[in-house]
Design a protein around this ligand. Structure first.
Ligand code: F6P
Length: 366
């Protein structure tokens, strides 16, 4: 009996739980005598590069990896089959579409189906490849939780836990020194990490991309937290937050194939704006950065990732291609890729969590 082959890959920024998905896929596939799993190194790069970098994933390769952060397959958030970086004779870089060539190569390699674990950018690639006839299933990941058709992406709750623990630590030092502490967290377009951790950690101000802030409103909340010089204030700010009428803080790296502005530094910017607005309390800032993406996934993310892995493999067995597995509590459902990437999951101002945060006295700097 000829073995059927499913190829798994992880794309975009890494995220706690990726290994648990890979393990779920391999464990479920191992119950099918006619299927084998291979892993493609660094997203689709493993197929696109010469020599090809594809590894066999058996039970031994995935043993116990649900506890490990990162991805055993490696990942990249640059380039891809539709925008492969190429150096031109004059030394400048451009991108080329290598998707048709890649699909031919996959067929030559005997790959019958692909499971692409990644965020919105990766699932757009899944959609493009699906339209070209590739048998592909998507699995939603991102710490930002910005995919709209799943209740949660895995990795998000771990990031929230890391941020919450960081706020807990900052509270004790802020209170001891009567300081204003600004903590910058990830959240490019969506403020979910900031919102959840601000509520869980008991922050006073939460600034998110969806609600541009007024520096005087932030200042007013700070002053409310002090009795003359005694008091402290915790501000959680998402990296994608911006002042009213202003822009995000970051740099355009100009790297070919990297789609984003590299965000970072809004916390520093905010500290300067607060001083300029007349806040005289001692201000400090902390940028959590990639600490939020690294390390061990919490139990919730291991469970969700395992569910996604098992179901994604079952979608392959059932021939349910062109779909993304999604969490629709309490079920794992299939969403057509087209729908899965149509809109982002942003914090809606009518959201119950915004209501709760306001009820707790958290200011959004409106
Ligand atoms: O999309 C997830 C994310 O963590 C964003 O919140 C952040 O802006 C981005 O990835 C950072 O990516 P990089 O690893 O390229 O710095």
């Amino acid at each position: 009996m000829a073995l059927k082959r499913v190829m798994v890959l992880t794309g975009g920024g890494d995220c706690p739980g990726l290994n648990a998905v890979i393990r779920g896929i391999v464990k479920r596939a191992s119950q099918e005598p006619d299927w084998e799993v291979v892993g493609c190194i660094e997203s689709f790069n493993g197929v696109l590069r010469e020599p090809t970098e594809i590894v066999v994933l058996d039970g031994k390769a995935v043993r116990g990896i649900q506890t490990q952060g990162g991805t055993i397959l490696g990942t990249t958030n640059k380039g891809g089959p539709f925008a492969w970086p190429m150096k031109q004779p004059d030394g400048t870089w451009t991108t080329v579409d290598r998707s048709d060539e890649m699909i031919r190569k996959l067929s030559y390699l005997g790959v019958d189906a692909v499971i692409n674990i990644g965020g919105d950018g990766s699932q757009r690639i899944s959609l493009g490849l699906s339209k070209k006839g590739l048998n592909i299933v998507g699995v939603p990941k991102t710490i930002d939780n910005d995919l709209s058709m799943t209740d949660y992406t895995f990795g998000f709750q771990t990031a929230v836990q890391i941020c919450t623990e960081a706020i807990d630590k900052l509270v004790t030092t802020a209170a001891s020194h009567n300081r204003v502490f600004i903590m910058e967290v990830m959240g490019r377009d969506a403020g979910w990490i900031a919102l959840h951790s601000a509520i869980a950690g008991g922050a006073d101000v939460c600034l998110i991309p969806e609600i541009p802030y007024d520096i005087n409103a932030v200042k007013a909340k700070i002053e409310q937290r002090y009795n003359k010089r005694h008091g402290f204030c915790i501000i959680v700010v998402a990296e994608g937050a911006k002042p009213k009428g202003g822009d995000v803080t970051g740099e355009n790296t100009g790297e070919v194939g990297y789609q984003h502005i590299k965000l970072g530094g809004v916390g520093v910017q905010l500290a300067a704006e607060l001083r300029a607005a007349g806040v005289e309390h001692d201000i400090r800032y902390t940028i959590l950065g990639h600490l939020q993406r690294g390390g061990t996934p919490i139990a919730f993310d291991r469970v969700l990732a395992s569910e996604f892995g098992v179901r994604a493999m079952e979608f392959v067995l059932e021939g349910r291609f062109g779909q993304m597995v999604a969490y629709n509590h309490p079920n794992i459902v299939g969403i057509p890729l087209e729908e899965a990437v149509r809109e982002q999951n942003l914090v809606n101002l009518d959201n119950s969590l915004v209501h709760t945060a306001k009820g707790l006295g958290i200011s959004f700097g409106e």
